[in-house]
Design a protein around this ligand. Structure first.
Ligand SMILES: Cc1cc2nc3c(=O)[nH]c(=O)nc-3n(C[C@H](O)[C@H](O)[C@H](O)COP(=O)(O)OP(=O)(O)OC[C@H]3O[C@@H](n4cnc5c(N)ncnc54)[C@H](O)[C@@H]3O)c2cc1C
Length: 387
């Protein structure tokens, strides 16, 4: 008969939250193991921030997250930007502020150095790579972890740090749904977020703008967002649209393509519209075609034409949909945080913990998701270290 491998603590997932938790644990490393489906640790960390890991943000605040306000506030309270930066400094990682894409974003020199630091911190902990957890049951006070290697792994404490199916869409991620069902926990299905949005047929004129970017504002229900907007051959992308995808599920978005000006400022000008307005010329030419307005001197516009041009300030757009999980940086949805206490332990099922993106908390672009994953690990580690 196969020998059972008994651990005090098993972590499912060697990603951001699982690795941070393992790094902060103060218990005999021989009593802990990490099970990871992929052949390497940190498969999303390595891709993050275009290989430079946008690890946190100066403007960390619950308003940057979609999720239960009270829970998010509490989770971030004891693990601020400074606390994370101090931890990274102690590991000789010194992220730098780089606000070219998103305000307040801190980037590392490379994602590789972040991973290498986690590898060093967790080197004494047993790591099962290429091992996918397929199911979990609870027997005689222990979690029995069924896995693709048929190892008989059991744990007193189990941490689910399995993230979401964004970007990799494979079936390993189904473990979270299975565990939620097994322990009767409320789970909201994942949908892609921080992802581009596609075009309806009638807005095909945008396709001619592929490659152009501009600064815009966007209204989506009660949210006002601003940032860089990028036109692609499939639709809209860039930080502004990525953030919009967090809040959008259907219906209209309203763009202000000229957020820092009113059109009244320009109506006395004798120049052509496409030359006078501070927007890319190609964008203006296509926009004018789409609203059936000739490119003429601004001071020659009649009232009706001015009304047409006002669309620049309030352009309603109903996306055809998002570009799907494979293109998404994160997923929204996940385990309802009402199932957890503030140590990230399940209220109904003792010694079962959930961290990071597996939870129904999703941040905007700019380092907020890694920060939340780390903050959840911090809180959980602090509790486990006292236990
Ligand atoms: C391309 C890309 C770029 C990104 N850039 C940034 C960025 O710059 N800044 C930022 O804040 N966020 C970024 N993110 C999001 C960020 O990476 C995630 O939010 C974060 O990694 C979530 O941490 P986690 O620990 O919850 O999950 P993950 O880091 O995804 O880790 C989960 C781990 O669990 C493993 N796993 C899943 N199921 C199983 C199973 N059944 N058995 C065993 N193992 C399993 C997975 O293989 C994975 O290694 C980016 C994401 C992507 C895809």
């Amino acid at each position: 008969m196969q020998k059972s491998l008994n651990y005090d603590l098993v972590i499912i997932g060697a990603g951001a939250s699982g690795l941070m938790l393992a790094s902060l644990l103060k218990r005999n490393p021989q009593k802990v193991c990490i099970i990871e489906a992929r052949e390497k640790i940190g498969s999303k960390i390595i891709l993050s921030g275009g290989g430079k890991c946008n690890i946190t943000n100066k403007y960390l605040d619950f308003s940057k997250y979609l999720g239960d306000e009270k829970f998010v506030k509490e989770a971030l309270k004891d693990f601020s930007t400074k606390e994370l930066l101090d931890f990274l400094e102690s590991q000789e990682l010194s992220p730098k502020l780089d606000e070219r894409l998103v305000e307040g974003a801190y980037f590392c020199k490379s994602s590789k150095e972040v991973l290498s630091s986690f590898s060093t911190l967790t080197k004494k902990i047993k790591l099962f790579l290429n091992t996918s957890v397929e199911d979990v049951s609870f027997e005689d006070g222990k979690y029995c972890i069924k896995n693709s290697k048929n190892l008989d792994i059991r744990a007193k404490n189990l941490v689910i740090a399995s993230g979401s199916n964004a970007h990799f869409e494979d079936k390993d991620y189904e473990i979270l749904t299975k565990i939620s069902q097994k322990f009767k926990l409320d789970f909201k299905s994942f949908t892609p977020a921080l992802v581009g949005l596609g075009l309806q047929k009638e807005q095909a004129w945008f396709k001619n703008l592929s490659g152009i970017s501009l600064f815009a504002k966007l209204k989506i229900e009660d949210k006002n967002l601003e940032g860089k907007l990028l036109f692609t051959h499939r639709g809209f992308s860039g930080p502004l649209v990525f953030n919009a995808s967090l809040y959008w599920s259907k219906g209209f978005l309203e763009f202000d393509f000229l957020p820092n000006n009113t059109l009244d400022e320009f109506y006395k000008k004798q120049m052509l519209i496409s030359k006078a307005l501070p927007l890319p010329r190609r964008f203006l030419q296509e926009f004018l075609l789409s609203i059936d307005l000739a490119d003429k001197p601004l001071n020659k516009l009649n009232l009706e034409e001015k009304q047409k041009l006002e669309k620049l300030k309030s352009y309603n757009f109903a996306p055809a949909g998002n570009l799907g999980f494979l293109k998404a940086e994160v997923s929204k949805g996940g385990l309802n945080t009402k199932e957890l206490d503030i140590n990230f332990e399940c209220k109904k099922q003792k010694n079962l913990f959930f961290l990071g993106e597996a939870l129904d908390v999703t941040g905007q672009l700019g380092g907020y998701n890694l920060h939340f994953a780390f903050a959840s690990a911090f809180k959980c580690a602090r509790y486990l270290n006292k236990k």
